[in-house]
Design a protein around this ligand. Structure first.
Ligand SMILES: NC(=O)c1ccc[n+]([C@@H]2O[C@H](COP(=O)([O-])OP(=O)(O)OC[C@H]3O[C@@H](n4cnc5c(N)ncnc54)[C@H](OP(=O)(O)O)[C@@H]3O)[C@@H](O)[C@H]2O)c1
Length: 264
């Protein structure tokens, strides 16, 4: 009989960092519930993880930016007898550009998924974990969580929220058996990064600052399973976030303003 390392629900598992996280958890013997909107990509990944690692994988096609979608997902899984041991809140969207040139809907889409959707998932899955006295939560934020970013103003603000919420919850839940880890990747080679670069001619990044999704996922997995509060993958990103936390705010804002405006 195969013994599962516990069931992990991964949002945004159809590509990029979420897909890599799902693969790393499967590699370590965890059963999975894969969530995103693209059913075909999720089914394909599920088949591959079952074949490669012999784990049990379920697919749920959900638009997490819709109100009450997290509640419906949690109720459905509970009815079917699933217990979620690890919640990976990874789904997110980014839009790059001048704030005033984006539509009100663009801003709302980022807030609905990156802030409202992830908070709703926490509110729906955390109570069961607390009742069992065990569980792990991995929220995916960003290095943009550490500083306001002109040209990514709304996105960075949503990610500052994810970090703040995660740090507060990690402390609030101390001793409960449930840990909360916030993963803060730097620029990572995924659809999100490629779409942002393709839509903004001024946004050019040197190859050396771009990380790969698999390394980010491995660092996130390790930090989550150890119950660490914040994980910033990569030495360059660690230096950047340390600098951001120790530079006077007025100077930091001028520097990010200069860099951000040059990308429009
Ligand atoms: N790439 C980077 O440079 C970078 C850096 C720091 C942090 N991050 C964060 O890492 C996380 C993953 O991003 P990524 O870079 O891997 O981008 P990605 O490849 O574009 O993946 C985004 C994932 O979110 C899902 N998603 C988007 N809208 C959704 C919705 N409304 N409901 C449910 N799922 C939805 C997408 O699947 P469907 O389209 O199938 O729904 C996809 O699986 C995000 O939270 C992002 O902010 C990325």
């Amino acid at each position: 009989m195969r013994e599962s390392g516990g069931t992990v629900l991964v949002t945004g598992a159809s590509s990029g960092i979420g897909e890599a996280l799902a693969s790393v958890f499967a590699e370590h013997g965890h059963d999975l519930v894969l969530v995103a909107r693209s059913a075909d990509k999720l089914e394909q990944l599920a088949d591959q993880l079952v074949a490669d690692h012999g784990v049990v994988v379920a697919v749920r096609t959900v638009d997490l930016s819709k109100p009450r979608s997290a509640g419906k997902l949690a109720d459905g899984l509970r009815r079917e007898g699933w217990e979620i041991d690890v919640l990976v809140n990874n789904a997110g969207v980014l839009q790059h550009g001048a704030f005033a040139e984006m539509s009100p809907g663009d801003h709302q889409r980022m807030i609905q998924l990156n802030v409202a959707g992830m908070t709703d998932l926490l509110a729906c899955f955390l109570p069961d974990m607390l009742e069992r006295g065990s569980g792990r939560i991995l929220n995916v934020a960003s290095i943009a969580s550490f500083l306001p970013v002109p040209s990514l103003a709304t996105y960075a603000a949503t990610k500052a929220y994810v970090l703040s919420l995660g740090e507060a919850l990690a402390e609030e839940l101390r001793g409960s058996g449930v840990t909360v880890t916030t993963l803060c990747p730097g620029v990572t080679d995924t659809h999100m990064m490629n779409d942002a670069m393709a839509s903004s001619e001024g946004l050019k990044l040197p190859r050396m600052v771009i990380g790969d999704a698999e390394s980010v996922a491995r660092d996130g997995f390790r930090a989550c399973m150890k119950g660490e509060t914040v994980e910033v993958p990569g030495a360059l990103n660690q230096a950047l976030t340390l600098t951001a936390r120790n530079t006077p705010k007025w100077l930091l804002h001028r520097l990010t303003g200069l860099m951000g405006r040059s990308t429009f």
